[in-house]
Design a protein around this ligand. Structure first.
Ligand SMILES: Cc1ncc(COP(=O)(O)OP(=O)(O)O)c(N)n1
Ligand SMILES: Cc1nc(C(=O)O)sc1CCOP(=O)(O)O
Length: 533
């Protein structure tokens, strides 16, 4: 059975080294177990083997890979590829040149090359290679490295140029699945990768238009006492991370988030709150923490002046809505719309009483919100869907994830706003003329539901971020990631003993992440649990 190189799965790329095989096993056995555990491509890399031995072991391993329907790649040796009729070759920068190899192997064979910098990646585009091995990402005991490890930042820089002239194929929903209209060079990262860091390698190594296709590993499988288990574990991690990173929307969000967090601090947007009395202090503190500038005002006479402040935006939080309050909200919206400014609606407690439903109805009639954010009960009420499960201002109970997306999509399409429904899982949707973007988020700590105003202060962050960025969908996603990841990190500091000590730790972590982002450290974002829907 021949293997079509266009559909090769590079996700778990096993590279061999017989010197690392445990005494109780053999190289063939390790490879067999790895294939059983889910390795998707195997490279025979035997630096010390004599040609005859190389071919002998190659025959045995080729039998295994053929049976599994996966490719066997040979490291460096064109003669061995030809002798075995293996599926391809991997070469380094100092090995035989690619045009000569292609001439001998023909168009159907796979050719991979190692790249460690942008120039080599550009050359790989010019040469007719099928994939690149990018490394070394980290230090490794398996090989003496000639250059310092590049880290995931270095891999991302290479991914910025590797396929930068290709248009990604787009589905009707605007999502991409990694397929390119023209030739796309696949990529794996190599060097010091194992089960515990593979997820962050994949999630930290990307550009807005490209992502890794897998990880190449030697010691964490070849040296494992149980190669089946080691591979299975690695595969699960890798497949989940790759699925996420294949979404262009997610890559754009992750690429933008750190930049946005830094830019909010650097531009200090003015965030005018018309909010409820319960959360004013908490909201003001949170706004200051991200570097924005809060004002709490219900005074209609100053709305026009506030709206004229550069980078200003308005948050309307319906928490303690009265009929006089409604008129002020409407005046605020008009003042901000007159200056082409963003207005964010947090329909707190919508659905709790007929009065709130009436207030909400009138606000939606005036419309024009950049973002509407609320919990499940609030967004359900705003969408005009019967059966919002609310008690007072709290949302109780939960619909299926499909139903929640349906509700959010309904509100997003009737209003044109970005809509965020918060909860244990957060749902974010935006419809525009070109496409629909939908994401599911799973970050956050349960203490967020044990303090008052946690949803309201997220509204402050969303308003600050959407003041600074044209794309309110990405701005809202970035604010949400900042907030929910900070909540997880807060609890991990060890200084949180319950909801009381959680609040200051949360503020500290938001500040800390903002500082890291201003220092261009984006490693915090690899914790993002965001999924295409
Ligand atoms: C998938 C993959 N990536 C990189 C390498 C390294 O190849 P090379 O630069 O030729 O170094 P050696 O393997 O010869 O030490 C690889 N083998 N596989
Ligand atoms: C074979 C190889 N090539 C590298 C490169 O940087 O090109 S690093 C490497 C060894 C990778 O082994 P491990 O998974 O055990 O760290």
């Amino acid at each position: 059975m021949s293997i079509d190189k266009k559909v090769v799965d590079y996700s778990v790329y096993l590279v061999t080294d017989s010197s690392l095989v445990p005494e109780s096993s053999s190289l063939v056995r390790q490879v067999e177990e790895a294939i059983r555990g889910g390795a998707t491509i195997v490279q025979l890399r035997e630096k010390e083997a004599e040609t005859r031995d190389f071919i002998e072991i190659g025959k045995k391993i080729h039998e295994l890979t053929r049976k599994a329907g996966i490719p066997l790649i040979i490291n460096d040796r064109l003669d061995v590829v030809l002798a075995l009729d293996a599926e391809g070759i991997h070469v380094g920068q100092d090995d035989m040149d690619i045009p000569t190899i292609r001439k001998h192997l023909g168009p159907e064979k796979i050719i991979g090359v190692s790249v460690s910098n942008i120039e080599e990646a550009r050359q790989a585009r010019v040469d007719d290679v099928d994939y690149v091995g990018i490394g070394a990402v980290f230090g490794t005991q398996t090989k003496n490295l000639k250059k310092s490890p590049m880290g995931t930042g270095g891999v991302s820089e290479i991914l910025m140029v590797l396929n930068d002239d290709e248009e990604e194929e787009q589905s009707a929903s605007g999502e991409t699945n990694g397929n390119k209209l023209a030739r796309r060079i696949q990529s794996v990262a190599i060097g010091g990768i194992n089960q515990s860091n593979a997820e962050s390698v994949i999630k930290e190594s990307f550009s807005a238009h490209d992502h890794l296709d897998g990880v190449a590993v030697v010691s964490c499988i070849i040296g494992a006492e149980d190669a089946f288990k080691a591979t299975k574990q690695l595969k699960e991690t890798v497949v989940e991370a790759l699925d996420i990173m294949k979404s262009r929307t997610i890559r754009e969000l992750l690429a933008a988030t750190t930049y946005m967090v830094a830019a909010v601090a650097e531009t200090s947007p003015f965030v005018h709150h018309m909010t409820n009395t319960v959360v004013t202090n908490f909201s003001a503190n949170m706004t200051i923490t991200v570097g924005a500038s809060p004002a709490m005002s219900e005074c209609v006479e100053e709305f026009d002046d506030f709206a004229k402040i550069p980078n200003s935006s308005l948050l309307i939080n319906m928490g303690t809505a009265t009929f006089e309050g409604l008129a002020r909200f409407q005046a605020g919206m008009k003042a901000y719309y007159k200056q082409n400014r963003r207005v964010v609606l947090d329909p707190v407690g919508a659905g709790a009483s007929q009065h709130r439903k009436n207030v909400l109805q009138q606000l939606l009639e005036l419309g024009g919100f950049a973002v509407i954010k609320g919990n499940e009960g609030e967004i359900t009420a705003a969408a005009g869907v019967e059966g919002a499960k609310v008690r007072g201002v709290d949302s109780v109970g939960s619909e299926s994830i499909e139903k929640r997306f349906e509700i959010v999509e309904k509100l997003a399409s009737t209003t044109g706003s970005v809509v965020l429904m918060t909860g244990e899982e957060d749902v974010l949707v935006h419809h525009d003329k070109k496409n629909t973007r939908k994401l599911l988020f799973r970050n956050g700590h349960e203490y967020l539901s044990k303090i008052t105003g946690s949803g309201c202060v997220l509204g402050s962050l969303v308003t600050a971020f959407s003041a600074c960025f044209e794309d309110a969908f990405l701005a809202t996603g970035a604010a949400l990631l900042l907030y929910t990841i900070a909540s997880e990190r807060a609890v991990e500091t060890g200084r949180v003993h319950g909801p009381g000590s959680f609040v200051p730790a949360l503020i500290d972590q938001i500040y800390q992440i903002s500082q890291e982002s201003q220092n261009r450290d984006s490693s915090w974002i690899s914790r993002a649990k965001v999924y295409p829907y």
